[in-house]
Write a protein that binds this ligand. Structure first.
Ligand code: SF4
Length: 304
């Protein structure tokens, strides 16, 4: 039995966790490739217009995978670290089943549908049982997989901290969801442009999630969304260490449209630019805006 893992949305938050877990239980799996024009077009063709770009990409990746595996892995996650997720993550399993209903899709998933302690562990255990894996092996695989994800994030954070302390370049904080910053179509052109302009991109997503969520409480006690709290907390922690902030969002994102407005109002002293990526081709507009943004920061630094 082969499992297909779409390289989209939650994959970018759980890559090491998922792949280590499937490795440890001895499951065969395939991960869809980096987003390319073909995958984007597939996703667009099967989505309704109002769907956000990352969800269109998810559907494109599944469309690519569907004939190459027996099960599509698509968990249903409503809560993370005690906070809510965007509703797309709760709906994605059903959305995928419905979109591909004519193609006899079989899905593999776990459900994190409440805030209860250990809900994820129990849900993954249930999925392991469904796959016919022994209880002791599931337990070991889960613990090992969570550790692998933790170490991966820790090393990434330490490396970024070193860059923050040592780099003499203009530092730009890139505030974007993991699945945006990590995606070849969405995040890579922005990172590439920043580097070509001689800047040091600092990735908000690479900051320690627990610390960021705590820091976000200084700014808002009521914001419900876990992933946006992570990003907001990163700005709060790094506001004195970076020269500017890019809010990189995808069209049409409900949570970002509210949180980005809050960020712009709250951090008036920081140079901030919002870039919105949709499924249209072309990066020329983005490059021009970034060039101007970096020029302004440079000028500000020189005057200071
Ligand atoms: S947070 Fe925004 S971009 Fe992410 S899944 Fe939800 S609507 Fe889409």
């Amino acid at each position: 039995m082969k499992i297909g893992i779409p390289r989209a949305l939650l994959y970018y938050k759980n890559e090491k966790f998922w792949t280590t877990f499937f490795d440890e239980i001895g499951a065969e799996y395939i991960v869809s490739p980096e987003t390319n024009k073909e995958i984007l077009t597939r996703g667009e063709n099967i989505s309704i217009d109002e769907t956000c770009l990352p969800t269109k990409l998810l559907l494109g990746h599944i469309d690519w995978l569907i004939d190459k595996c027996d099960y599509i892995f698509i968990p249903r996650v409503a809560f993370h670290r005690g906070y809510e997720m965007c509703t797309k993550f709760l709906a994605q399993t059903d959305l995928v089943c419905n979109t591909f209903r004519d193609r006899n899709i079989k899905t593999l998933f776990y459900n994190v549908y409440d805030k209860k302690y250990n809900r994820e562990r129990k849900a993954v255990k249930k999925m392991g049982k469904f796959l016919g894996v022994k209880r002791s092996r599931i337990k070991y695989a889960y613990t090992t997989a969570k550790q692998a994800q933790q170490y991966f994030e820790m090393f990434r954070e330490q490396h970024q901290q070193k860059v923050l302390e040592e780099s003499g370049k203009i530092k730009i904080l890139l505030v974007a969801h993991a699945y945006n910053v990590g995606d070849k179509y969405v995040g890579e052109p922005v990172l590439g442009t920043l580097k070509s302009l001689g800047c040091e991109p600092i990735i908000a997503e690479y900051m320690n999630e627990a610390k960021c969520i705590r820091a976000s409480l200084e700014v808002s006690k009521t914001m419900p969304w876990a992933y946006n709290r992570h990003l907001l907390g990163a700005i709060e922690l790094l506001k004195d260490e970076v020269d500017g902030v890019i809010l990189l969002t995808t069209f049409p994102c409900g949570t970002d449209s509210m949180v980005n407005e809050l960020i712009v109002r709250k951090y008036k002293e920081l140079p901030i630019i919002t870039l919105t990526v949709d499924s249209q081709d072309g990066t020329a507009g983005m490059e021009t805006r970034l060039e101007s943004f970096v020029d302004i920061i440079q000028l500000k630094k020189e005057r200071a």
